[in-house]
Design a protein around this ligand. Structure first.
Ligand code: TMP
Length: 217
């Protein structure tokens, strides 16, 4: 696990995106080189897969395979090289989103997702066998917001994609999916109470970065 690998998670409308730029600016001011990226996406191939995943109806296995294919390309072309250079990687969503949306929201098999996670996020030896440590963020900022509040925030904001158009009940299940992941790895997750003023949310975010030694006190 690389301490410079940070992911940002939460349901649609939780407000994470507006804080990512501020996080990157704070980290840069502290002397880090920061690679801001996102999933699905972050490479030309992964961005093409993102368009399919966000706008084309498909079953949950197909969706999961495309998302993990995008992730594989993203890890090998962007995330690993950036971490090898010593950069901070600030990733707008990572595998917790797959467990939350496909696993929680769509009820897809968590064991299959776990298998795909190991395949994609462990170093493969020359014989093609997966082995070694699981590639995971060291810190995951989870913007936690009640689904009802997120729905109000999103209401009429823009033309919704496939996920944003889901009913509130779907997002309740996504939140439960995030909560399950956070309970399994509490040391990795920092839960941000996103139902506050932007200033209060920003203060929690910066405190989480300070707690990990990424910003000075
Ligand atoms: P974004 O709008 O925050 O960039 O996220 C794109 C959408 O893709 C969002 O609705 C969540 C969804 N998504 C999944 O369903 N599974 C995943 O693994 C990821 C990374 C995103």
């Amino acid at each position: 696990m690389n301490r410079l690998f940070i992911s940002v998670e939460g349901i649609d409308g939780a407000g994470k995106s507006s804080h990512i730029d501020a996080m990157a600016a704070a980290l840069r001011a502290a002397g880090h080189v920061v690679c801001v990226t996102r999933e699905p996406g972050g490479t030309p191939l992964a961005e093409q897969l993102r368009q399919m995943v966000l706008h084309t109806p498909m079953d949950a296995l197909t969706e999961s395979l495309l998302i993990f294919a995008a992730r594989r390309d993203h890890i090998s072309r962007v995330i690993q090289p950036a971490l090898a250079r010593g950069d901070v990687v600030l990733c707008d969503r990572f595998t917790d989103a797959t467990f939350a949306y496909q696993g929680g929201g769509h009820g897809f098999d968590l064991d299959v997702l776990g298998t795909l996670e190991r395949w994609v996020q462990t170093q493969q030896g020359q014989d093609g066998q997966a082995g070694g440590a699981l590639m995971q963020p060291a810190l995951t900022l989870w913007f936690d917001l009640p689904a009802q509040v997120a729905a109000q925030r999103l209401c009429g904001a823009r033309v919704p994609d496939k996920f944003e158009a889901q009913p509130q009940a779907f997002f309740e299940k996504v939140i439960a999916g995030y909560a399950r992941r956070a309970a399994l790895e509490p040391q990795r997750f920092a839960r941000i109470h996103a139902d506050q003023t932007p200033e209060a949310v920003r203060a929690e975010v910066l405190a989480a970065l300070r707690n990990r030694g990424l910003l000075s006190a």
